[in-house]
Design a protein around this ligand. Structure first.
Ligand code: NIG
Ligand code: FE
Length: 400
């Protein structure tokens, strides 16, 4: 992951939605006939892959933010009725059309920061109707804006209030009704569980993801986010695509991930936003041989950022990744976490022509500037994307 090839005076030949050739400008030019030419200056990167977001939500959670500033913890806030369940009440009350409009603006902001492929989870419905509504929002937007979307069912994000004293019944609803409905309607390609002490246990996550697997869904886990409970080990046992968060991962979890194909997805912006001192042991994961990816975790409760460049900069300064490792973590490895590594995440012949241009002189600058967007142009599937630059409202304020 620490090695990458940087070409200067380069050209990329695109045919349809694919990269046909890449190399020195003079060599590529000599080998091609009459083609439309777009000249750019700066650095061109493979389109970034954001492999973990919760982009379908209503309002930002400002009260949680303030409560945390006053010293309350994530779990305490949830117990006081804030947290995920506040977003659940909000999303249940909003129409599908309203959620499409809000999510469209947020996907535009993710794209403007270089994310050309974005995983989006449900998980703010926690009932059949609202979970399917969130997934339909993703399906609608997948064909109505330029970024490629992949959707994950996260009905096991929390136990909804109406099942508080009957969690076994909620598990049955998830396994026997919701997962089959999601699979039948082809509304998600993967299933995720928030496996954390006080949310879903390892045994519960095993049961839910077993049902998901039987219905043909890929599996992934919010594992050991705040406290370790064996989530990473479970992810490996189940052959999960990824184990995400991992701030509390055990030594056994690190060893298991290193010996597996499961990608360790790290989300440093989340722990910064939550005010936590402890980040995931990225260096130990990398040195043990685990494949590490990075993502925004974009959501209203723990990570209100749309910027993979910011996440890369945090990975260098907080996780001890080198710039090249951070770049691999948002391209090749993030694509692998979505089972797309042979199709995107590299500028190489045959790969999808998803490209990001930054006006920088050194490629490492993409993981250096903080709270500035270094991205100046984006192409998905070979087509230039109209980008909404400048101030963007990510909240519910209606834009002119
Ligand atoms: O990845 N941990 C669970 N899910 C999100 C937070 C979602 C929320 O607080 O709304 C996360 O951090
Ligand atoms: Fe998350």
């Amino acid at each position: 992951m620490a090695e990458l090839e940087v070409l200067t005076d380069a050209a990329i030949l695109i045919d349809g939605d694919r990269i046909a050739a890449v190399g020195r400008y003079a060599d590529v030019r000599r080998a091609t006939g009459d083609v439309e030419q777009v000249e750019v200056s700066g650095v061109v990167y493979p389109g970034f892959v954001d492999c973990h977001t919760h982009a379908v939500f209503g309002a930002p959670r400002l009260d949680d933010h303030e409560r945390r500033a006053l010293g309350m913890e994530y779990q305490g806030i949830a117990a006081a009725g804030g947290g995920i369940l506040e977003s659940v009440r909000d999303v249940r009350a909003r129409s599908e059309a309203e959620l499409v409009a809000l999510t469209r603006a947020r996907l535009g902001a993710l794209l403007a920061h270089g994310s050309t492929t974005i995983e989006v989870k449900s998980g703010y419905g926690l009932d059949r109707e609202t979970e399917l509504k969130q997934l339909r929002v993703i399906a609608q937007l997948a064909i109505a804006q330029p970024a490629a979307l992949t959707s994950t069912f996260l009905g096991a994000h929390e136990v909804p209030p109406e099942f508080r004293d009957r969690r076994g019944e909620y598990l049955r609803l998830l396994c026997d009704e919701m997962i089959p409905a999601v699979a039948r309607q082809r509304l998600a390609v993967a299933c995720d569980v928030f496996c954390e002490p006080g949310v879903f246990s390892v045994a519960e996550a095993r049961a839910i993801l077993g049902a998901a697997s039987r219905h043909g869904l890929g599996v992934k886990l919010h594992a050991d986010e705040l406290d370790g409970s064996g989530g990473a080990e479970l992810a490996v046992e189940l052959g999960a695509l990824s184990a995400d968060h991992l701030a509390g991962v055990s030594d056994a979890g690190i060893a298991a991930l290193a010996a597996s194909d499961t990608i360790a997805v790290l989300l440093p912006a989340t722990l910064i936003f939550l005010g936590r001192r402890r980040q995931a042991p990225a260096r130990r994961l990398l040195d043990a041989g685990a494949a590490v990816a990075l993502a925004t975790d974009f959501n209203p409760g723990s990570s209100p950022t749309v910027s993979l460049p910011l996440v890369m900069a945090l990975a260098v300064s907080q996780l001890g990744l080198r710039h090249a490792e951070a770049l691999h973590a948002v391209t090749v490895n993030a694509a692998a976490a979505l089972r797309m590594a042979t199709d995107r995440g590299q500028i190489a012949p045959g790969f999808r022509a998803d490209l990001v241009l930054c006006s920088v002189s050194d490629w490492r600058e993409v993981a250096y500037w903080m709270a500035v967007n270094p991205v100046t142009a984006v192409w998905t599937g070979g087509s230039a994307c109209p980008l909404r630059m400048g101030p963007v409202s990510l909240g519910t304020h209606v834009q002119a």
